[in-house]
Write a protein that binds this ligand. Structure first.
Ligand SMILES: Cc1ncc(COP(=O)(O)O)c(C=O)c1O
Length: 397
């Protein structure tokens, strides 16, 4: 049996829209992107959504809006040491400085007790990550943010369908940044989207994704009815070629939006299937004995069923790498559970952190991996995974 990590649900609705877009010849950002934004905002429960070209861009653009609100280049952003490296890359892409704090091993998320001591006079934002779709401790995070006048931007790349105390991920801070990459729950193949309740943030995001241009109204940026736009010549010059900010080239195209609209049509079904799988996978790992563990949903939250994280206990009579190689030999696809970005990713050595600075994130970096729970696997895959784990443990523990 083969147990792949991810899947792509390309619906009939998506294929129809792709065909229509191809026939129309209108392929760069347009009506479909706007429709995708409206439907995505409705799913998350925010007033606005702005589609961009990746989850990394979503985080970077959300952070770059802060220059309109008094931030300066080089100001600091507090984020967890453990995440996919894109989270930290996005901070640097936005021209800001990442300040890392350790995580809690049980939640895989930023340790809220460590945030306040990391705040300085140059801190502008907290960037929690809802890793593996488990919401970060938002009450504690928002309390620090409120007390110190900081913005909260959620890296919700892996948290489609997650909720914290009844509110969806992406609606828990000032802005939420989602990845729509193919391995994620809702996908445009490549893509990202920022959600927010603020019309002001949304307008700045539309400017930032189009190189920082002044023209940022919903119609013009999607090239819908541009000729009729009354704002285009405001101030006596063509606002499409007036650049107000240092921007990005980060637009979504119509073909990607078509795939995303199809994905959204199956949203409830995809989430339900993945939740069922994740629950069954957690039960199997819980029954594996002392050397393997996973995370658990708490009463106040709902997981976004992104994937199943697994941690190998330290000490154990085998390593994470031995186990994932065994799984690979049995055609079970895994991914590492990322690394401590400042101390286990060589590209970040220039920041001067040292191994040992983030013991919890580093433990996960050595001992964690994750497995898919996607809509195209079923109980037979899950039983096969459990049986393969049992055989490995019998041989090695
Ligand atoms: C936590 C996290 N943040 C950011 C990203 C970046 O998203 P993308 O790959 O769409 O740029 C990812 C991607 O998987 C992620 O897992």
């Amino acid at each position: 049996m083969k147990y792949p990590f991810g899947t792509l649900t390309l619906t009939d609705g998506a294929k129809r829209r792709i065909g229509e877009a191809l026939a129309s010849g209108r392929l760069s950002s347009g009506e479909l992107v706007r429709q995708f934004e409206q439907r995505y905002a409705a799913v998350v429960g925010t007033a606005e959504a702005v589609a961009v070209s990746s989850g990394t861009d979503a985080v970077a653009l959300a952070l770059a809006t802060l220059y309109d609100f008094g931030a300066h280049r080089g100001d600091e952003v507090i984020l967890p040491a453990l995440s996919f490296l894109a989270t930290a890359n996005a901070v640097l892409m936005a021209g800001l400085k990442p300040v890392f704090v350790d995580i809690r091993r049980e939640t895989l998320n930023i340790d809220p007790a460590r945030i306040e001591p990391a705040v300085t006079g140059r801190t502008r934002a907290i960037l929690p990550v809802h890793l593996m779709g488990k919401p970060a401790d938002m009450d504690a995070i928002r309390e620090v943010a409120r007390g110190r006048g900081l913005y909260v931007i959620e890296d919700a790349a892996e948290a489609h369908g997650a909720a914290y105390k009844g509110t969806s991920a992406g609606a828990l801070g000032d802005m939420g940044a989602f990845s729509l990459y193919v391995a994620h729950i809702i996908t445009t193949i490549e893509g990202g989207v920022v959600t927010t309740d603020s019309e002001e943030f949304a307008a700045i995001l539309r400017s930032l994704r189009a190189d920082g241009r002044a023209c940022n109204c919903k119609q013009c940026v999607a090239n819908i009815g541009t000729e009729a736009c009354t704002k285009r010549w405001e101030g006596g010059t063509d606002r499409r070629f007036l650049f107000e900010r240092v921007g990005f080239s980060a637009r979504m195209n119509e073909l990607e939006a078509a795939v995303g609209l199809g994905s959204l049509e199956m949203y409830d079904e995809i989430i339900a299937r993945r939740r069922e799988n994740l629950t069954a996978l957690i039960q199997r790992v819980d029954a594996m004995g002392p050397y393997l563990s996973t995370f658990h949903e708490e009463p106040h939250e709902r997981f976004g069923p992104h994937a199943l994280p697994v941690l190998v206990a330290e000490p154990a009579p085998f390593s994470r790498d031995q186990l994932v190689r065994y799984l690979a030999e049995h055609h079970i696809d895994t991914r590492s559970l990322f690394q401590s970005m400042p101390t286990q990713c060589p590209g970040y050595a220039f920041l001067g952190y040292r191994v040992g600075d983030f013991p919890e994130a580093e433990y996960v970096g050595r001992s964690g991996f994750h497995v898919g729970c996607h809509q195209d696997i079923g109980l037979d895959h899950i039983d096969y995974f459990a049986e393969t784990l049992r055989r490995f443990l019998k041989e090695h523990a």
